[in-house]
Design a protein around this ligand. Structure first.
Ligand SMILES: *Cc1c(COP(=O)(O)O)cnc(C)c1O
Length: 441
């Protein structure tokens, strides 16, 4: 096998959102001098897109650390950390499911794509980020953030979370030998995510309040205590999450879709995926810039409402939705996400919980499965098609953000106790009883 190409570790700076200043990546900081967020910036003018593609393609299928990771394969545009500081599971390498045309899944034996038919489109594929090590896309950002923490010599890491960041932080902190504290809204995350966090050995702090209160608190903690903040305020979280786009483009032989559709909560992922698309476009890795559609739950839709008002007069809200991963009323990354929506000609849509759950039922029955927040992608594709914003022949990628096992309560509600549920049946252990079940169809 050919040797894996040496990385070109491009130097990076952190650019302040409000003050416009450049800061070094060490020591870590959580805001610019005016309180704005920080974004990773690197000079791409000397980078040849064709070389980069060749480097990344040569690493496909590598068994070597860190390139076997579907994040660190794209290292040049993720983070300039040395090998010794990289904390990787490895993560990524997630499947792109089903679809017609360019996305056509040769393994599909049922003819046509049920999910595409249901949504009223012809060319659809779903990238399942629930197939990451802790079962959500958060691992892609967390490997980068915890590597940053290690690069900085941090020993205690913390985050506020609606559940999945908490589980991911706990796992990566454990691998790195760091102490982990996670701040969650009391009683508001699923039992699976809480159990997972505890299982990986983190200290869970239940905050009497909602996610937004936990977020405010952890920022205060990080500003005064020697604690490394691993929320998506950490600019390298977003750099890691960009690999979702690089990986799906590589899976599609660098053919850009027309649309990328994903759920939006704190809006880090909208910001990260948009940043990746813009970089890929500017480097010539793709020849068109896809449009981004961010889908929120109606009960947690401050960004969608802001979009409706032409991004005039932003108002946070008290969030309530069955989709706990996106139950966020005051998204931290709203400004960078706004710039992404504007730059990509994107849209933002809010949908009622019933539509999210209807889409989840379809995804589950297709043998793919996801948690409720993730189903916003497919629900959004259907709704945008119905509104004539997505055209029938458009080439569409939906992102599934978390695994079906993340939210057993929702699964029970839909598939066991729900209106069209097919709950398990109890029989005496006889062949005759089974024959009656078979006869019922
Ligand atoms: C975190 C999360 C989201 C929301 O992502 P943001 O970056 O906060 O917008 C959506 N779905 C799942 C499953 C998540 O864990």
């Amino acid at each position: 096998m050919a040797a894996t190409p040496e990385p070109m570790l491009l130097p990076a700076v952190l650019r302040g959102d409000m003050d416009g200043a450049a800061y070094p990546i060490l020591p870590p900081r959580n805001a610019d001098s005016a309180g704005g967020l920080l974004s990773v910036e690197r000079d791409l003018s000397g980078v040849d897109g064709a070389d980069l593609k060749a480097t990344w393609d040569a690493r496909l299928g590598s068994r070597e650390f860190p390139y076997r990771s579907g994040v660190w394969r794209y290292r040049e545009l993720i983070a300039p950390f040395p090998d010794d500081d990289i904390v990787s599971a490895p993560e990524g390498n997630t499947n792109l499911y089903c679809g017609e045309g360019i996305n056509r899944c040769p393994g599909c034996r049922i003819g046509g794509c049920r999910l595409a038919n249901w949504a009223g489109v012809e060319r659809l594929a779903l990238k399942h980020e629930g197939e990451n090590p802790t079962a959500s896309f958060k691992d892609r950002g967390m490997t980068a953030a915890i590597s940053h923490a290690r690069h900085a010599g941090a020993t205690t890491v913390a985050c506020a979370s609606s559940g999945n960041t908490s589980a991911s932080l706990a796992a990566y902190a454990s691998k790195a030998g760091m102490r982990a504290l996670t701040f969650i809204p009391e009683g508001k995350i699923t039992a699976g995510k809480l159990g997972q966090t505890l299982a990986y050995g983190a200290q869970v702090v239940q905050v009497q309040g909602d996610f937004d209160a936990a977020m405010t608190l952890v920022q205060e903690v990080a500003a005064t205590e020697p604690v490394f903040l691993a929320n998506n305020i950490n600019p390298f979280r977003l750099e890691g999450q960009k690999s979702i786009v690089f990986e799906l483009l590589q899976q599609r032989h660098w053919v850009a879709p027309d649309w990328l559709v994903l759920p939006g909560g704190n809006l880090g992922n909208t910001s990260a995926l948009g940043k990746a698309l813009i970089e890929a476009y500017e480097l010539g890795l793709i020849t068109k810039l896809p449009r981004i559609a961010t889908i929120q739950a109606a009960g947690a839709s401050p960004f969608a409402q802001w979009f409706e008002r032409g991004f005039d007069h932003y108002e946070p809200m008290q969030a309530e939705t069955v989709a706990s991963a996106i139950r966020i009323g005051n998204p931290v990354s709203r400004h960078r996400a706004r710039r992404i929506i504007q730059r990509t000609g994107g849209v933002v849509l809010a949908l009622p919980d019933a539509e999210l759950l209807a889409a989840k039922r379809q995804i589950d029955h297709a043998g793919i499965g996801c948690e409720p927040a993730s189903a916003a992608s497919l629900a959004g594709i259907k709704a945008l098609r119905e509104r004539g914003i997505i055209q029938p022949g458009d080439d569409i990628i939906g992102i599934l953000t978390g695994h079906v096992l993340k939210d057993a309560e929702a699964t029970e509600r839909i598939h066991i106790t729900g209106a069209d549920a097919r709950p398990p049946i109890v029989i005496e252990p006889t062949l005759a009883a089974v024959q009656r079940v078979l006869a019922d169809g």
